[in-house]
Write a protein that binds this ligand. Structure first.
Ligand SMILES: [Fe+2]
Length: 302
């Protein structure tokens, strides 16, 4: 499970002081040990129970520009957005209780409750307010996984615990899996997030923890959207380029997105199946396994 960091300092930092310290350090947030260097400062920021309401009040006063640098859902309050040349960003997360009005009107999915997943980035987190969200924690070995829906994974259950006030943890990329459960009361956490290219070039998974299988991939690159749009516009040149990408791109996930885009450009299911059939012998287990799953889904629908 995420590393629990023992840090009992009662010192407090203003948010501007906290940011200055983080900005001056040149750590690699993709490295767990280096990321841990931020932990005492996050604890000191967390000890300051005024800073977040000050930020929110200032945002509300300038409501025309409210959170205009936030690309997340409303659950996230962006405190220091990702920027070029900086290896981190800072955010606050809202965790409403099951019977909270926010949960009732938005649904539990909005808050990633009951959606077991890993992360393809490191992040530090700290319980800032409330009793904290619960998680069932698991661990797995990313290197032993190919990455296709239905793949069996050796998920090891560790424990159920909550992110209580002041608790400080490091979620490790590609190791820690959690199934988040609603907080008992309205809660807020503060995160220092890794801001590197790693989430763009590695996979993140949703898991079926009961069956111990990968449910689906949660990759964030938009290759499929762009290539699909290009093919919908029906340009032969696009098809040639996307076909080339499907064979030559250095990232298997992008090659697979190209194959999906070509397959989806066929309205006839048999032609679509043929695209995946041709990819079964690809020189990549990721592509052949994912093509097999797509093909099986089509055949079940035929
Ligand atoms: Fe998560």
């Amino acid at each position: 499970m995420p590393k629990i960091i023992d840090c009992n300092t009662e010192e407090k930092l203003e948010f501007s002081e906290f940011l200055e310290i983080l900005n001056e350090s040149k750590i690699n947030t993709a490295c767990e040990d280096e990321m841990l260097e931020f932990a005492p400062y996050l604890k000191m920021l967390n000890n300051n129970k005024q800073f977040l309401s000050n930020i929110i009040i200032n945002e509300l006063k300038d409501y025309e520009n409210f959170q205009n640098n936030n690309s997340y859902t409303s659950q996230v309050i962006m405190l220091a957005p990702p920027k070029k040349g900086s290896s981190f960003f800072v955010r606050a997360n809202i965790w409403p209780a099951k019977d909270d009005y926010l949960t009732q009107i938005n649904g539990e999915d909005t808050f990633f409750y009951h959606k077991p997943h890993d992360h393809n980035f490191n992040f530090l987190t700290s319980g800032y307010h409330g009793s904290g969200y619960w998680s069932d924690y698991y661990e797995y070995d990313y290197e032993k996984v190919i990455g296709y829906p239905g793949e069996e994974v050796d998920l090891k259950f560790i424990e159920r615990s909550k992110l209580s006030i002041g608790k400080l943890m490091l979620y490790r990329a590609h190791i820690d899996v959690h199934d988040q459960l609603p907080a008992d009361e309205f809660s807020i956490s503060i995160n220092v997030m890794e801001n590197t290219l790693r989430p763009l070039v590695t996979d993140q998974y949703a898991f079926d923890t009961e069956r111990k299988k990968i449910k689906k991939l949660l990759n964030r690159h938009n290759a499929l959207f762009v290539m699909r749009a290009s093919l919908v516009l029906n340009d032969q040149n696009s098809l040639d380029i996307i076909d080339h990408i499907s064979k030559k791109h250095s990232m298997d996930a992008v090659r697979m997105a190209a194959i999906d885009a070509i397959a989806l450009s066929n309205t006839c299911l048999r032609s679509r199946a043929e695209v995946y059939q041709n990819s079964l012998k690809a020189n990549s287990s990721f592509i052949s396994k994912n093509s097999y799953v797509r093909l099986r889904n089509i055949e079940e629908g035929l």
